[in-house]
Design a protein around this ligand. Structure first.
Ligand SMILES: [Zn+2]
Length: 679
């Protein structure tokens, strides 16, 4: 059967078994045949999983029936085409009373594993993957991750958007879920022999014996161009939803382009080992550095503290009172505010610490009553994946915020910081994108499997926090690790970008910013994980490149400090290791922030646009930790539209020497460590 979306020139052919056999555009085959029309998983009342494949059913009149293990089950995948999209809508009926449909992965979209095809994922802002075999962790469907197991890439969370694409020489295929309920989905890829399969494995949120009848479609469309075309299609869809924040709804201090200074007050750069107070404790000891930065950048400094918790570093959910007592932090808060600067605190999200793996002696444990409000696996497993382990931050679990006592704990901790006069809390650290992790508990106030209820619940928690903060006359902003997922952007105005996490196997792209810039902002982030990717000793421009990338993505600028106000390469990197070249980094920071302050209509409030001009320039050589030489453009650029409709191309030269760029062939010299705005 053939389906064609005439408007985007995409043709899809289904095989007799219902699987996608061909995806064609402009007479060219772009896809690869899929093995299955769908895969799915059901759980019984004991949490035993039954995974079914479409080939195991009999297919009659487009309906999959007569599965040997579950004869009553009927799966239908309705396929149709309109002007722009080929649409797929699965439906599962005849579910026995002792079974629940946990997830379905349909349709299955494949492309050939060949050089020259770029995979586009909205992961940690966005990434282009040219070699899908590079990722070390093998693909697995997401479920309930235990200690030592990776969580996978899921939306809304580490993936901020529910779409993906593959592109080849200006021609591409867009694959998205147009799900207004934002149900939890893997946004994943799997290498299958000579093909790459794209997956939007979707959790149903069903109950036992309940049919699954979603009221939305998965879509395929043809796109011209690259990832920006995919981002634009998604932006068109998401802007028609009712849960995005308005444009330009930022506090006044964000308009002054504050620089974020990130540092711990205990320890010397790592999350493990000794946690002695360092040169930034007492807290006010940082003030001379803060004042110096403020003068240097002509902008407020947002001091963003780590290891400040009075409990233990990264020991959620309890963070208050601060290490050294409230009075010590109050003195710093007042000194910051009196000088026009800002106080920010890192937290550690909605996990639960039984014992700290960082600070021996902090071991609050978990009573049987407390255990009742923790995330559970399908078999009632009481476990956690994120930051859980003896070599990690803690041993513990994760709170399920569907349970009122858990929600109260989280809100109470948020409000203690708001009451104290904190300006910004990166509260949802480890809740990437603002996510909640999967819960299968049978005795919680939610369905027995993950689904759209998770986003609705988390949205509710954030809305309650925002209401309470406002009711107290406070204005503390909340943020998360990674950029905010679209459904949470309304409440997460400033977030800790993590482009650093995808640099090993791909090239970061500001896809989240393309969709959401002007509504929810990021700062350049603590750059955690970069130490495992880049050989800093042979890559002097690496930090400059990362800062220029963030600038170009429209993020606020940030620096991770080592001792005495010096810039360091990234978070979780020992202070006694050599620092990056300081003068050129600080020069770049100063010059780029000047441009940010001068052009908020683009870099804070603007909408990213498709590149209208080709930009070429020098390349920069770096080496990764495995000794491989890697080359990057020695400049970053992006195109913006201001609220009044004006457009500009902004290009940054992160080298410490002048660079000749060609913008649509026209030569332009950009001064060392600086940016130009071409309107
Ligand atoms: Zn739960």
């Amino acid at each position: 059967m053939d389906f064609t979306a005439i408007g985007t020139g995409l043709g899809v052919v289904l095989a007799d078994n219902g699987a996608i056999a061909s995806i064609r555009r402009h007479g060219r085959e772009l896809g690869a045949p899929a093995a299955e029309a769908f895969t799915m998983e059901l759980l019984d009342r004991n949490g035993e999983a039954l995974r079914l494949r479409s080939r195991e059913f009999r297919r009659e009149g487009g309906v999959f029936t007569a599965h040997p293990a579950m004869p009553s089950l009927k799966v239908a995948i309705a396929v149709r085409a309109d002007r722009d999209f080929v649409r797929f809508r699965p439906q599962v009926t005849g579910v026995p009373g002792d079974w629940v449909v946990s997830w379905i992965d349909a349709p299955q979209v494949c492309y050939p594993l060949r050089q020259g095809i770029d995979l586009v994922l909205p992961l940690h802002d966005g990434v282009i993957i040219s070699d899908p075999t590079l990722r070390k962790a093998p693909y697995h469907p997401i479920g309930f991750a235990k200690r030592g197991q990776p969580y996978g890439t899921f939306y809304p969370g580490r993936a901020q958007l529910q779409c993906m694409a593959f592109c080849r020489g200006g021609d591409g295929v867009y694959f998205a879920a147009q799900d207004p309920h934002c149900a939890t989905k893997a946004v994943e890829y799997e290498v299958c022999g000579e093909a790459v399969r794209l997956s939007l494995q979707t959790f149903t949120g069903c109950d036992f014996g309940q049919d699954y009848r979603p009221d939305w479609d998965y879509v395929l469309a043809g796109i011209d161009g690259d990832w920006q075309s995919a981002a634009e299609l998604y932006r068109d869809w998401v802007e028609a939803q009712n849960w995005l924040p308005p444009m330009a709804d930022y506090p006044e201090w964000m308009r002054q382009s504050p620089v974020v200074a990130i540092y711990p007050v205990r320890g010397h750069g790592r999350d493990v080992g000794e946690m002695e107070p360092n040169c930034y404790f007492l807290y006010v000891n940082a003030m001379p550095h803060i004042r110096r930065f403020q003068k240097e950048f002509g902008a407020p400094i947002l001091a963003l503290l780590m290891h400040w918790e009075g409990t233990a570093p990264w020991a959620p959910p309890f963070v208050w009172p601060p290490f050294g007592g409230e009075a010590a932090l109050a003195k710093f808060r007042d000194a910051l505010h009196d000088s026009g600067n800002l106080l920010g605190l890192y937290c550690s999200g909605t996990a639960w610490t039984c014992s700290s793996s960082i600070l021996p002696g902090y071991a609050p444990g978990c009573t049987p009553e407390q255990e009742r409000m923790m995330l559970r696996g399908p078999k009632g497993e009481l476990e956690a994946s994120v930051c859980n382990g003896l070599q990690s931050q803690r041993l513990g679990y994760e709170l399920c915020l569907a349970e009122a006592p858990a929600r109260k704990i989280v809100l109470d901790e948020i409000l203690k910081m708001a009451d104290f006069g904190v300006d910004y809390a990166q509260f949802f650290d480890q809740n990437h994108g603002g996510c909640v992790h999967n819960c299968f508990a049978r005795d919680h106030h939610h369905p027995p499997v993950p689904g759209g209820w998770q986003a609705a619940m988390q949205h509710g928690v954030m809305a309650e926090a925002a209401r309470e903060i406002g009711a107290r006359g406070r204005s503390m902003l909340l943020g998360c690790e990674s950029a905010a997922a679209d459904v949470y952007a309304q409440f997460l105005s400033l977030n800790d970008a993590r482009a650093s996490f995808v640099r090993y196997y791909g090239r970061p792209i500001p896809m989240q910013q393309y969709v959401l810039h002007g509504r929810s902002a990021n700062f350049a982030g603590n750059q955690g994980g970069t130490r495992w990717i880049c050989d800093f000793s042979r890559s002097p421009y690496n930090l400059n490149r990362r800062l220029a990338y963030a600038f170009s993505a429209g993020d606020l600028l940030s620096v991770t400090l080592k001792e005495d106000g010096h810039a360091h390469w990234c978070w979780s990197y020992e202070w006694d290791r050599p620092a990056p070249p300081q003068p050129m980094f600080w020069t770049l920071m100063r010059n780029l922030n000047q441009v940010r302050r001068q052009y908020p209509e683009y870099l804070l409030l603007g909408r990213m646009q498709r590149d209208a001009a080709a930009v070429t320039g020098e390349t920069c050589v770096e080496y990764d930790c495995e000794g491989r030489k890697r080359e990057f453009p020695a400049f970053c650029h992006s195109t913006w539209q201001a609220p009044d409709g004006r457009r500009a191309l902004i290009a940054a030269n992160y080298l410490d020497r002048p660079q000749r760029l060609a913008i649509d062939g026209k030569p332009t010299t950009v001064a060392p460590c600086s940016a130009i705005v071409v309107g």
